[in-house]
Ligand binder design. Sequence first.
Ligand code: NAD
Length: 292
Amino acid sequence: MAKLIDGKAYAEALRGRIAVAVASLKKNHNLTPGLAVVLVGEDPASKVYVANKAKQTVEVGMNSWEHKMPADTSEADLLAIVQKLNNDSSVHGILVQMPVPKHIDSAKVLNTIDPAKDVDGFHVVNVGRLSTGQDALTACTPVGCVMLAKATLGKLDGLNAVVIGRSNIVGKPVAQLLLAENCTVTIAHSKSKDLPGIVRQADLVIAAVGRPEMVKGDWIKPGACVIDVGINRIERDGKNKLVGDCDFASCEKVAGSITPVPGGVGPMTIACLLHNTVKAAAAMKGIKTPEM
Ligand code: NAD
């Protein structure tokens, strides 16, 4: 049976180290990192995410601001808030919760955020820096995936990594990070041929598809590490259930290690957001990022 990768425990430990780093920035540099989150509209899932982000930001000792705007907010008004936050020196991280309502151009919003405050890592400048091997603020879920893989496997040098999914949010940035860790990276997607055959080559599988339990145990190379990013809500036996993109029951029999859903990659995302905010604050102050 595969070793269970406990993302919840790993994220909790990371938040503990972040709190220590924040306390040291306050004491030694009179610097309190601050994260501003902007939410447009009433999407229930987004409201929960934003509330969790604010709660965890405060818990590690950072400043937190929430800007809640109605669903009919114009693009110009949203861009004006982003500009205001860009110009506010007490704000080190800006996150506009996605998705924004359809009448707003999300790429325009993301690219209006000052790249130095882009703690979601979605600005083209940060994406470009990541893909050219320069220091960058990098998307949180991909960073969390690689942290869990390294905590489980140690060095990733030379491993065959297969990333399933090519989104800008997960698939592409996680592939870039794995390349930077010296993996041989394959990106598979909806048009890939013989997906099971591709996945069977992998020492490390990152599944970021959004299709419940798609990856089966007989796709997995014995002993491989499986990082399941998928969060899918399904109904089973009359109950609502969260499942990943991997069929956990069959995969755990073959894999060497595997993340559960929930409790795997999910909790890492906010912890990595806080990590990015500390990094952004230190960079803005011109000091070294504390160890976390
Ligand atoms: P997306 O819809 O933007 O991208 C999905 C990708 O999967 C696409 O690139 C597509 O080519 C690929 N794909 C679709 N069907 C496929 C198939 N049959 N075979 C192979 N590839 C296929 O999704 P996303 O934003 O990248 O998110 C993926 C999953 O990760 C979702 O379940 C999402 O909820 C979850 N997610 C979790 C977190 C977190 O843990 N915090 C964060 C982001 C996304």
